[in-house]
Design a protein around this ligand. Sequence first.
Ligand SMILES: *[C@@H]1O[C@H](CO)[C@@H](O)[C@H](O)[C@H]1NC(C)=O
Length: 406
Amino acid sequence: MLSVWLVLVSCMDFLLYSSAEEGLEFPSFDGKDRVLNVNERNYKKALKKYDMMCLLFHEPLPSDKELQQQFHMREMVLELAAQVLEDKDIGFGLLDSHKDAKVAKKLGLEEEGSIYVFKDERVIEFDGELSADTLVEFLLDLLEDPVELISNPMEQRAFERMDEDIRLIGYFKGENSEHYKAFQVTAEKFQPYVKFFATFDKGVAKQLTLKMNEIDFYEPFMDEPVTIPDKPNTEEEIVDFVNQHRRPTLRKLRAEDMFETWEDDMDGIHIVAFAEEEDPDGYEFLEILKEVARDNTKNPDLSIVWIDPDEFPLLTTYWEKTFKVDLFRPQIGVVNVTDADSVWLNMPNDEALPSAEELEDWIEDVLSGKVNTEDDDDDDDDDDDDDIDDDSSDEDHYGDDDDDDD
Ligand SMILES: *[C@@H]1O[C@H](CO)[C@@H](O)[C@H](O)[C@H]1NC(C)=O
């Protein structure tokens, strides 16, 4: 209940301001309960009834007050999404992992706390930030056609500018081409995480140097695509190729799949770069990072996660505290995903950013294990209570070192 109030209160401001003018009105929960409690009796009917079904697979309702509030906050995210998408034929539901373990098993749900979307024969896990904005965006993406057609130079330029996304583009004879159909079926399997484009236009194909039935794969931030060999390609060939090339050398952390990205670590660590694209230093650092990524794109062991702190305002102070870095400046470091222990490249305030070569040397040291999160751990008391008052005076660490251990 309290959570309902929180949502209402936070919307009050908008109501007050928007009373004089129209055209900008945030939705507030209207109190109508749209989220189903899904169980053994009703799940089949629910899945049949809608084009898409969005299920929060949750642990049993806790008895603890605080945890109950957290639970209701999550439920409210679904309620608000359900309200906003009311006319889109999407069902929303909750499934209890204990009470309805049988149903969960039948549906193949495993990860408690995750949201699963059922669309046609597919189950798509939403592994992103649980906010109404992010969830609604994800669901709207899923409603779109899995393949977007590029038919003129303007669209082609827009396609070329999307350098943050993993994307494929194929040139086919037309809608009825069997090779296009194989491409389409494959696109559905990766929607919305990998973007699929196609063109039937000779001019566009020429600009993109695509031959008939050829498919190019674009890794994020790379200038040149890679052509999938042995055209025309079957569905299986495309799936295999995408799976093999799916982990990019440089990838941006995005709200819609942030947990999936984080879980895809490299033997327990991530190389993490913080850079604000809108900030001149951040922009320049990012350009250096892209250069390094392009030079090392053939290295299967390397994948750098770029985080733009501007896009995660709620996490910024947490990161600063956890990693002991100043996020107003660009940073690059290694993070151990087991205990969030980290080391950061020394970049003194008054000096220029590292060159691509210096950055490459440092990355080499990380990959060889010379730079790691464990070497400075010798003096640590060996208890596991995650205290943050360890030897943070290490020269590789930045930011304030106040030991507010709570
Ligand atoms: C990460 O931290 C854990 C726990 O402290 C440790 O056991 C593990 O070896 C570390 N991994 C790497 C790759 O440093």
